[in-house]
Write a protein that binds this ligand. Structure first.
Ligand code: CP
Ligand code: NVA
Length: 305
């Protein structure tokens, strides 16, 4: 039993096993149906969510597990009650604690005080469950190793997890961000080290056209994440050259696919034309959140609950 606060917590073999299992449960949902009967899974949200909330709750139900959805306005994590107390209380009821939080440090504290596996459903640092669905989606198009994915935009939680997971899978991950909005240097260094050992590479720069050129996958996310709403207007002019529009998408490989974790802000980081492009895979990606979360639960918990 282990936690998944960062996608690297799975290890390369674990990541490969989860992706393989995700493909199996997608192809044959009955193969895992009911296999986690009796498992109680807490799904906590300190921020809004559509995909994560619904895909995880349905995944639990399909596996026979019992999802318990909790919201910050009722729990008051770190406000109504100390994080370490919430962790120890929920640990007495639940077999898995899955949390979406603002502060990654809160996840670390939860994991420290709870014996049950803690899963990161998005923090300010990373979004590992998203990366599982991202790699599942890419693997449906082409083998991961050697594939080039270019992430265009804010070097945020989604970018961090894509870099780390891509590195683990031997991909070439390029990131094009406005100056000052690159991914955290420690993540870039860690991902570069992992990529070097797996046959991939990490490239971070500020020129979207150069970095998208010839890429197999073009990926973007919002310019201002949840919790950064007050910065959104101020970022627009700086990020506009990083918009994934038809012109930028056209410099990628001829068969390149477009990806976005969603929700998308059409007209900002991506245009309608690219969202609706025949090679846009954004809704497959959203669907794969459910299959890959099932696979993650199967990986982290013993059969029978
Ligand atoms: N991609 C994603 O995590 O979406 P939600 O914020 O709607 O859960
Ligand atoms: N970077 C975005 C991802 C949303 C799924 C955010 O944190 O708001």
């Amino acid at each position: 039993m282990t936690d998944m606060l960062m996608v690297t917590d799975l290890g390369r073999d674990g990541l490969g096993a989860v992706l393989e299992s995700a493909a199996v449960v997608k192809a044959d949902p009955s193969s895992a149906a009911g296999s986690r009967s009796g498992l109680a899974v807490g799904l906590f949200f300190e921020k809004p969510s559509t995909r994560t909330r619904v895909s995880t709750e349905v995944a639990c139900a399909d596996l026979g597990a019992h999802p318990v959805v909790l919201k910050q306005d009722e729990v008051g994590l770190g406000k109504r009650e100390a994080v370490k107390d919430v962790a120890r209380v929920l640990d007495r009821y639940l077999d898995v604690l899955a949390f979406r939080v603002f502060r990654h440090d809160d996840l670390i504290e939860l994991a420290e005080y709870a014996d049950a596996p803690v899963i990161n459903l998005l923090s300010d640092r990373s979004h590992p469950c998203q990366a599982l669905a991202d790699l599942q989606t890419i693997s449906e198009q082409r083998p991961l190793a050697g594939t080039t994915v270019t992430y265009v935009g804010d070097g945020n939680n989604v970018a961090h997890s894509l870099m780390l997971a891509g590195a683990m899978a031997g991909m070439h991950v390029r990131v094009a961000s406005p100056p000052g909005y690159e991914p955290d240097a420690d993540i870039t260094n860690e991902a570069s080290g992992i990529a070097a050992g797996a046959g991939g590479s990490i490239t971070v720069g500020n020129d979207p056209e150069e970095l998208v050129s010839g890429a197999d996958v073009v990926y973007t996310d919002v310019w201002a994440s949840m919790g950064q709403e007050e910065e959104a207007e101020g970022r627009k002019a700086l990020f506009l050259p990083f918009q994934v529009n038809s012109e930028l998408f056209a410099v990628a490989a001829d068969d390149a696919i477009f990806m976005h974790c969603l929700p998308a802000h059409r007209g900002d980081e991506v245009t309608d034309a690219v969202m609706e492009h025949a090679r846009s895979r954004v809704f497959d990606q959203a669907e794969n959140r459910m299959h890959s979360f099932k696979a993650l639960l199967l990986h982290l918990t013993p059969s029978g609950g």
